[in-house]
Design a protein around this ligand. Structure first.
Ligand code: 5GP
Ligand code: ZN
Length: 111
């Protein structure tokens, strides 16, 4: 999507502090961190919200779930972490390209 912020970051048109990438995901630091470590796990595929995912995304979501612990380990979140997925305006979603937040590295709760 040409007008999507995260599609532009994935394409490299907008800079980000990237910490991980593979064929399906890009992970970068949140620009306004709500925890000492706060990264966003973003599928390369543009899916606006969780409500827009379908059965063709089954493997993608399995991949995300299995990759988040690897990213957390890479980031040194040995005590644990919080994973957040905001869905649509009522769920506090601001960027309409689906993404999981990983927050950790300090005392809970995170905003
Ligand atoms: P949401 O509220 O949609 O779940 O989360 C969007 C997140 O994207 C927010 O935590 C916000 O700080 C972050 N964000 C917004 N614009 C940018 C940006 O240009 N670069 C990065 N790295 N993060 C951004
Ligand atoms: Zn997008």
């Amino acid at each position: 999507m040409s007008d999507c912020l995260f599609c532009k970051i994935i394409a490299g048109d907008i800079p980000s502090k990237q910490v991980y990438e593979d064929d399906h995901l890009v992970v970068f630091h949140d620009i306004a961190p709500k925890a000492p470590t706060h990264v966003l796990v973003v599928p390369r595929k543009h899916i606006a919200t969780l409500n827009d995912a379908d059965n063709s995304d089954h493997d993608l979501f399995g991949h995300i779930a299995l990759t988040i612990p690897k990213i957390a380990k890479q980031l040194g979140l040995t005590d644990g972490y919080r994973t957040v997925l905001n869905t649509d305006k009522g769920g506090g979603q601001e960027v309409f390209h689906i993404h999981f937040h990983i927050l950790g590295g300090g005392p809970m709760p995170f905003a």
